[in-house]
Design a protein around this ligand. Structure first.
Ligand SMILES: *Cc1c(COP(=O)(O)O)cnc(C)c1O
Length: 430
């Protein structure tokens, strides 16, 4: 299938024929799997275009507003489009939301009051949430405002601990937070169907509890979203899946009108809510990014599956494995040595369109208990829908890989990671 020209081009970019042949064979074997992903992308593409048409997206929606941003038709229509796509009543989609953590913090702080309790029935939440909640003491945490927190871990086999979840729900429980993606943990990512089962269980015990899903890395991976299975709120970052690689900043919160408004009063100000917040020219990339998001997410998924198949074939442990169904775009590969983690990340960096000449090195990053190496050559700083990888330099020497705005680029990145391992004699190709 590959043309001689493509093979030559890979060679020119530093990919040995042996590496190319090994990778190419695996890529060809994955064709049926990729066809399934294409079908999900096709459905989701229709879903987004349908929403844009139904909400009458117009050229005027792409213009910039300034100052207070009153009557920003682009912003208001985009929020309708998100709500329509995710089958939610309402949405808040804003450049004033700095990142995913901020979106989650706003959703939580907007909907919890002193004396309320927050429950995570799926174990420890994402690292940055520990300071938002006050699990690790922090200025301005929910704990400082008198919101208590409870957590029920998943059982050893990854299933929900229904018995202890039932015990943990009490008269104070106001909001249940469910993280869809495993993030950088080893537990499995939750499918939307499993999230639905958990929400049904929680609502049977306490119907008026707010069920919020941290949807980061999950959007458009399946044909349904948590709002299709009873979630009252979903929250995510625009420099991940729904920004389609084009959004330069931003976050979203979608769900029941009352809860979205509570979040808006927290984001801007009580009384002002969704009425203010100029968009300063980001409407255009927000719209175009959301339009591209289904196919961009599909590309990232193909890259993750390609990586899983390559490294599993070479004898490394990969999560999810080469055959498993996917519910987010993150791929973990346990490389078993610091040298391999470093070589892998250098390969990802070398394949980047931006900063490809930079040589990443492990360093002591704040908030981590070991040195960490990170590879990213992105158009948008820190964007993890773009091809990126990072690995803490400590056992079991796992590297976390995600993103790829196009499948072709994700493929080059994985090939380059393998090339670096191969050059240094850290892997043997069959
Ligand atoms: C990325 C992520 C966050 C936080 O997002 P930032 O944009 O890094 O603040 C929260 N939860 C999950 C599951 C994530 O993947």
């Amino acid at each position: 299938m590959e043309t001689a020209m493509t093979r030559e081009m890979y060679k020119e970019m530093g990919i040995d024929s042996k590496v190319f042949d090994f990778g190419q064979k695996i890529a060809e074997e994955l064709a049926p799997r990729f066809e399934e992903i294409n079908q999900v992308a096709e459905y989701n593409q229709l879903k987004v275009v349908h929403a844009m048409q139904k909400c009458r997206a117009s050229e005027a929606c792409l213009y910039a507003s300034s100052g207070y941003g009153y009557n920003d038709i682009g912003r208001d229509t985009l929020e309708e489009i998100y709500a329509e796509t995710f089958h939610a009543e309402s949405a808040l989609v804003r450049p004033q939301i700095a990142c995913g953590t901020h979106a989650l913090a706003v959703a939580l702080a907007g909907n919890l009051r002193p004396g309320d309790e927050l429950l995570s029935p799926v174990g420890k939440p994402y690292d940055t949430l520990e300071e938002v909640i006050g699990i690790r003491p922090s200025k301005g945490s929910l704990a400082e405002y008198g919101v208590t927190y409870r957590q029920v871990d998943l059982l050893e086999d990854g299933s929900f601990d229904y018995e202890n979840i039932r015990k943990a729900i009490n008269e104070k429980t106001r909001l249940v937070t469910i993280q869809r993606s495993k993030g950088y943990q080893t537990r499995p990512t939750l499918s939307v169907a499993r999230i639905g089962e958990l929400i049904t269980f929680v609502k049977e015990i306490k119907p008026d509890v707010i069920c919020m899903v941290d949807n980061c890395y999950g959007e458009f991976v399946e044909t349904i979203e948590p709002t299709d299975v009873g979630a009252d709120l979903i929250v995510g970052s625009l420099i991940k899946n729904p920004g389609g690689g084009l959004a330069p900043i931003g976050g979203y919160i979608a769900g029941k009108t009352e809860y979205v408004e509570n979040a808006a009063f927290r984001l801007t100000s009580p009384g002002l809510g969704k009425e203010v917040g100029a968009t300063l020219g980001v409407n255009q990339p927000f719209y175009q990014g959301f339009f591209l998001a289904p196919t961009v997410t599909a590309s990232a998924l193909k890259g993750a599956i390609f990586a899983a198949n390559i490294y599993e074939r070479l004898g490394f442990s990969v999560v999810p494995d080469s055959k498993e169904s996917r519910h987010d775009i993150i791929q973990a590969v346990t490389l078993e040595s610091a040298e391999r983690v470093i070589a892998f990340c250098k390969g990802i960096q070398a394949a980047a369109p931006i900063d490809s000449y930079v040589d990443p090195e492990p360093w002591a990053m704040p908030g981590y208990d070991s040195d960490v190496i990170m590879a990213a050559g992105a158009f948008v700083q820190g964007s993890s829908i773009e091809l990126s990888a990072d690995g803490p330099i400590k056992p079991p020497y796992a590297v976390y890989f995600q993103g790829g705005l196009t499948w072709e680029h994700a493929k080059l990145g994985i090939m380059m990671s393998l090339q670096k391992l191969y050059e240094k004699g850290l892997v043997e190709l069959p």
